[in-house]
Design a protein around this ligand. Structure first.
Ligand code: ADP
Length: 437
């Protein structure tokens, strides 16, 4: 039997005995039980006071059941204290790690309010933790592109970050990434890319300057070589084939330099500087004419199916260059007599310019790399046809300036489809324009 029960029995028995001695046994029992209840109540009160003003070093002196309860509470308290210590150690280590990180990290709730930020966030973004807790990130970083990125998440950007200067320091170039996590929360990461940007700028400047410097001497060389072909002394000496070959090579170098200059202009030029309304159908008619002349004796069947009602908002020269590159490629990589279709149409997804050929096709493993500079499926074949290996890189750049994408489908020995997909907001219908204007 537990000590408590002994205590209860003892008090009831002593009370009854004492009452019996005075002929009031029942009254004695009630008095004994009353004393027991009083002691129980006073022990419970002491325990409650101890719990309210908890002191580790001072446990109350209690009896029986309450003493057991106090011991159990102590065990539980020790257990939680250990867990608390572990958690605060972990938090300290996490905080040390985020401080050591070279990137700024900001945790955002579904309303884009700041939940937490590391030390670097103050340096890069001017976001101070904990002062800016629950502040809207839009109040501290006022780039519309970044706010749009925060709304649409990473999915729309194909995993590509956003390059923008730091809000308070235009010299500091940052790459912003937004990663969704947990229950509709977001992590905004900003990385210092100033050095990478500087190196890229140096590379771009070097290519542009070198190409520019080579352009004039090459024009002179090509001009003299052209004149030398008609020179009677060289004709008599039988040197015309060599001179012709030199001229072909000089022309290739000229084409290469023009393409390199075009690429650097595309890389440095700001997209959408001078948007024009382009009549794509008229442009494709010219390109078709040029393609027929380029095909010459190879007699390709070059068809055009263009809706002249659909016009495009964009840069005329750039679009001409992109579309012509795709059509020239189709002529170069399609055997004589093959069919090339040029289509221009619109649907709910936007406007599409498509070049379909019945040429040699491209194996699937090459397709993702075709828009890399100097990537060729067959180097010899490309050089022979006068290709620079830069054509599709230029097309990709031009399309990205127009918020458009290049889609390639191809099957070896069957042919290829190169499709430029423009968003609906770039489309201007001729009928619409005449109605409004
Ligand atoms: P190039 O100047 O060599 O044509 P591009 O960048 O225009 O360079 O094209 C890259 C490569 O893609 C080409 O070398 C060729 O192998 C392949 N290619 C491009 N268009 C076609 C096509 N219509 N059919 C088959 N292969 C093609």
């Amino acid at each position: 039997m537990s000590p408590d029960r002994w205590r209860l029995l003892l008090m009831a028995f002593s009370g009854t005995l004492f009452g019996w001695m005075f002929d009031h046994a029942l009254l004695g029992l009630v008095a004994g039980l009353g004393l027991y209840i009083y002691l129980l109540e006073s022990d419970t009160r002491t325990m409650l006071e101890w719990l309210r003003s908890y002191r580790e070093d001072r446990s109350p002196v209690l009896h029986g059941l309450q003493e057991d309860v106090i011991r159990e509470i102590e065990v539980l308290r020790n257990h939680y204290r250990l867990r608390e210590d572990k958690l605060s150690q972990f938090l300290q280590r996490f905080q040390d790690a985020t401080t050591a990180l070279p990137d700024a990290l900001v945790m955002l709730n579904p309303d884009n309010r700041i939940e937490w930020a590391n030390v670097r966030a103050a340096e890069y973004l001017g976001i101070n933790w904990p002062q800016d807790h629950k502040q809207r990130v839009a109040n501290l970083i006022r780039y519309p592109q970044l706010l749009e990125y925060l709304e649409q998440g990473d999915s729309e950007r194909d995993g590509k970050g956003l390059s923008l200067p730091a809000p308070d320091d235009p010299q500091l170039k940052l790459e912003y990434r937004v990663m969704p996590y947990g229950d509709n929360l977001k992590l905004l990461i900003a990385r210092d890319i100033t050095q990478i940007e500087q190196i890229n700028q140096m590379r771009r400047d070097f290519i542009a300057n070198a190409s520019h410097e080579l352009r004039t001497p090459l024009t002179v060389i090509a001009g003299y070589l052209e004149a030398m072909e008609d020179d009677s002394v060289l004709q008599d000496a039988g040197l015309v084939p060599q001179v012709r070959q030199m001229r072909t090579q000089a022309a290739r170098m000229q084409a290469l330099i023009e393409d390199l200059l075009m690429l650097s202009a595309l890389e440095t030029g700001r997209p959408g500087d001078k948007p024009q309304i382009v009549s794509v159908a008229d442009m494709l008619e010219n390109i078709q004419r040029e393609a027929i002349s380029l095909s010459g004796l190879r007699a390709h069947d070059i068809r055009l199916n263009a809706d002249s009602d659909i016009q495009l908002r964009g840069d005329h020269n750039q679009l001409y260059s992109a579309f012509s590159n795709l059509v020239v490629n189709a002529v170069q990589y399609t055997p004589p007599g093959g069919t090339i279709s040029i289509d221009w149409y619109a649907d709910n997804d936007g406007a599409h310019m498509q070049v379909t050929d019945t040429g040699e096709g491209i194996a699937a493993e090459h397709i993702p790399r075709l828009t890399e500079r100097f990537y060729r499926v067959d180097k010899g074949r490309s050089r022979e046809s006068g290709g620079t290996g830069l054509g599709l890189a230029i097309v990709k750049h031009i399309l990205s300036h127009h918020q458009a994408h290049l889609h390639i489908e191809s099957e070896p020995k069957k042919g290829s489809v190169f499709q430029c997909n423009f968003p609906p907001q770039s489309v201007v219908l001729r009928s619409q324009k005449t109605q409004t204007g």
